[in-house]
Write a new protein. Structure first.
Length: 96
């Protein structure tokens, strides 16, 4: 259990560092980098969740879509992001 907690702590510290340095970088980066950085952060969060055994089919589906954006697209397509958000909203309503 200690190793699992330490791994989770490391992943959270790494994500925190990514978020903080991303925020700092946005002052000087092109505006279009913001959405990509946030989608990347969402993907990293879903990786942490999966490693902790917390993901379900819905979260895995979102993660797969996000991974296509993260690893295969130079920029975030607004329509794809809108679809992810709509799917997320529908799922939240189902989960109550």
């Amino acid at each position: 259990m200690t190793n699992e907690k330490e791994l989770l702590r490391k992943q959270i510290v790494d994500l925190l560092g990514f978020l903080l340095t991303s925020a700092q970088g946005l002052f000087d980066e092109p505006k279009s980098y913001g959405p990509l950085r946030l989608v990347d952060a969402a993907g990293r969060l879903l990786e942490i969740s999966a490693d902790a055994g917390l993901n379900d089919d819905f979260l895995n589906s979102i993660r797969n879509t996000i991974d296509v954006i993260r690893f295969e697209s130079p920029l975030v397509d607004r329509d794809i992001l809108d679809e992810i958000i709509a799917s997320y909203a529908r799922e939240l309503r189902l989960r109550g």
